[in-house]
Design a protein around this ligand. Structure first.
Ligand code: NDP
Length: 301
């Protein structure tokens, strides 16, 4: 079998198109313009790239978009004051503080200061609790896990995973646990595996849906994959690529793509799989927040 390659770029573009259309309608019907604020502290180059892409995508969607760049030496107090201001700003429906923050700032304190109804990253305890208790109608869900679910639903052609076994490798708060909760919410039978799990290949082989969020290059091999499984690779790992020239590198996922694609039914590539979904789902979350503020039902993604 050769797996269907799940094209995250294409699916992300369709999510952005839905958000853009719904934004036009929201503005026409209510005058409400979805607003997103991204706060970045310091000069981390990768964070700068992410923040620029978020701003660009927000403008494409027709949002009001602001980026607050704060100096590396910004105090925790000043950052908290910025967040409180954004909480009180009626033109802003989604607040995202780009992580990581400089070491002198308590990330947890900053995240818990964001108003839960504007926490489009879904990291506030209220949103984590809502996801954990199945209150997904009003929860904000972390964007990468939400993107994984969209990809799985489209690949399997159903929103209902009744009778399917899902295995999530990784138990982080930003990927593994929320993906597992979302899969459970869609009626899958879910196993969460991690570094202390015994005989991981055998557990993975039972999965109809296998999600890898580990951060170990190409750890998941063909003989870990059940024939026909849907394989979602969240991992982003940079490895040496001497074949491209001295000092060159390339990106790979947590799944050995070529060999697993021979066994799986559908599989995401890296790059071009889960990666593009994160920003698309951030846009969808911001639109949802604006729709809630306007008393309008958000579009189904
Ligand atoms: P973390 O490092 O927070 O978590 C990794 C998880 O993998 C942990 O639960 C750890 O187990 C588990 N793990 C580590 N080694 C093994 C092993 N040998 N066998 C089984 N489990 C293992 O990573 P994140 O969840 O933040 O990210 C995971 C990957 O996803 C990374 O490559 C990251 O770059 C990528 N990522 C991609 C995003 C995207 O937009 N596409 C967004 C976010 C992350 P334990 O808990 O026992 O230590």
């Amino acid at each position: 079998m050769t797996a269907e390659r799940i094209d995250g770029k294409e699916v992300a573009a369709s999510v952005v198109a839905t958000v853009t259309e719904a934004t036009k309608k929201l503005i026409a019907d209510t005058g409400m313009v979805p607003g997103i604020a991204v706060v970045i502290v310091g000069e981390d180059p990768a964070s700068q790239v992410y923040v620029r892409s978020k701003g660009k995508r927000a403008e494409e969607c027709g949002f009001h978009s602001v980026t607050h760049k704060m100096d590396e030496t910004t105090s925790e107090e000043d950052l908290l004051a910025m967040v409180v201001n954004l909480n009180e700003d009626d033109a802003i429906h989604g607040i995202l503080v780009q992580l990581p923050l400089p070491k002198h700032i308590d990330e947890g304190k900053v995240i818990q200061t964001i108003a839960p109804e504007k926490d489009v990253d879904g990291f506030h305890f209220i949103n984590v609790g809502k996801l954990g208790t199945g209150e997904t109608e009003t929860a904000f869900v972390p964007c990468t896990p939400a993107g994984c679910l969209v990809l799985i639903k489209r690949a399997l052609g159903t929103d209902d995973f009744s009778g399917l076994n899902a295995v999530v490798v990784g138990r982080s708060n930003i990927v593994g646990k929320p993906v597992a909760n979302l899969l459970l919410g869609a009626n899958a039978t879910v196993t969460i595996a991690h570094s202390r799990t015994k005989d991981l290949p055998a557990i993975a082989r039972a999965a109809d849906i296998l999600v890898a969020a580990v951060g170990r290059p190409e750890m998941i091999k063909a003989d870990w994959v059940k024939p026909g499984a849907c394989v979602i690779d969240v991992g982003i790992n940079r490895i040496d690529a001497p074949e491209k020239g001295e000092g060159k590198t390339r990106l790979v996922g947590d799944v050995a793509y070529d060999e697993c694609a021979e066994i799986a039914g559908s599989i995401t590539p890296v790059p071009g799989g889960v990666g593009p979904m994160t920003i698309a789902l951030l846009m969808a979350a911001t639109l949802s927040s604006a729709c809630r503020a306007a008393g309008v039902t958000p579009p189904k993604i």
